[in-house]
Design a protein around this ligand. Structure first.
Ligand code: PPE
Length: 308
């Protein structure tokens, strides 16, 4: 998806002009992929622009770095302030997507990352619907990938590791080139894991199920956890349960969740129509509530919002 440039990007504690936010070609992460990132959204609310679940995202970034043994030279508090600054200085009062990135910079070559400088950047720009303009309305077509999700001893699946996304990119390419909107990935054990940039839920007999993140080798999605809360508040039961591909084919409803995608219904999986082939009532109710919660239209979820 194309990027709409904004004015300034935070790099290692300083705001620099968008066009000057550059790195050296010998930056360590560019060669070996070690580093971590986050995806955060900010929304326009009746009381000004607010970042959704800011602290949770920043803390997940720091946890990803802990796994990678990367010492981030900023505290959670400093990074939260920096995210707010970036949204504010770029005048993104209509909302935006924020991309914090921790990477190893220029100075060391060779796989050994010890001694490479740790750099942090935070950029923000307006980002539209992740899976297309009519995804929420019509639902998306999914394909189960021939690429398996990482084995947890091959890539730490709890970390949002930069290099880990090669696996996601391969699955995405395969799905898109075959004419689908997105891929669903199975774990090394053949159970459903997650999508290339989303977690997944199914609805069966009025109840919700999602693969348990750590067993499924899926990212512990912050949106997934918001949906668990919203679904429970709406009176639906939610269970983390291992799912197989036939559970997807036979589900009454399927939807995906993530910061970038938000909540998007699935219309078909491997050309098997899900339910009636249009977004189901439970997906609709959850999508609507999430849409309102992130925009500050649901006072009960006000704790999730940080005004900039
Ligand atoms: N799984 C994966 C693999 C993933 O990348 C994301 C977020 C999620 C689950 C959902 O996590 P959460 O955002 O905490 O609910 N994907 C981010 C990056 C997408 C991209 O293309 O870049 C995102 O949504 O920001």
């Amino acid at each position: 998806m194309p990027i709409t440039p904004t004015d300034q990007i935070w790099m290692d504690g300083t705001l620099v002009a968008w066009s000057d936010a550059k790195v050296h070609v010998l930056s360590h992460t560019l060669h070996y992929g070690s580093g971590a990132f986050e995806g955060i959204r900010a929304y326009k609310t009746p009381n000004g622009v607010a970042v959704f679940r800011l602290k949770e995202h920043v803390e997940r970034l720091l946890r990803s770095c802990k796994i990678l043994m990367i010492d981030v030279p900023y505290s959670s508090k400093e990074l939260c302030e920096a995210v707010k600054d970036v949204v504010r200085v770029n005048g993104l009062s209509e909302g935006c997507y924020v991309r914090p990135l921790v990477y190893l910079g220029y100075g060391e070559m060779g796989v050994n990352p010890i001694g490479a400088p740790v750099n942090v950047s935070i950029a923000a720009w307006p980002w539209g619907p992740y899976l297309g303009e009519d995804a929420v309305e019509k639902g998306v077509r999914m394909k189960i990938s021939s690429w398996a999700r990482h084995h947890p001893n091959a890539m730490p699946t709890a970390a949002k590791t930069i290099g880990g996304y090669v696996n996601a990119s391969l699955a995405k390419l395969e799905a898109v080139r075959a004419g689908y909107d997105e891929a669903i990935m199975l774990g090394p054990d053949g159970r459903v894991s997650e999508c290339t940039g989303e977690n997944l839920f199914i609805v069966r007999d009025g109840a919700l199920f999602s693969p348990p993140p750590s067993e499924a080798g899926a990212l512990r999605g912050i949106t997934q956890s918001s949906i668990v809360k919203i679904a429970a508040d709406l009176g639906y039961s939610v269970t983390f349960e291992a799912l197989r591909r036939d559970d997807l084919y036979l589900a009454d409803e399927v939807f995906v969740t993530g910061t970038a995608v938000e909540v998007v219904p699935v219309a078909s999986v491997d050309d098997r129509v899900v339910g009636a082939g249009r977004p189901g009532p439970i997906t609709r109710a959850i999508e609507t509530t999430y849409h309102q919660a992130v925009r500050g239209e649901r006072p009960q979820y006000e704790d999730w919002l940080t005004r900039v």
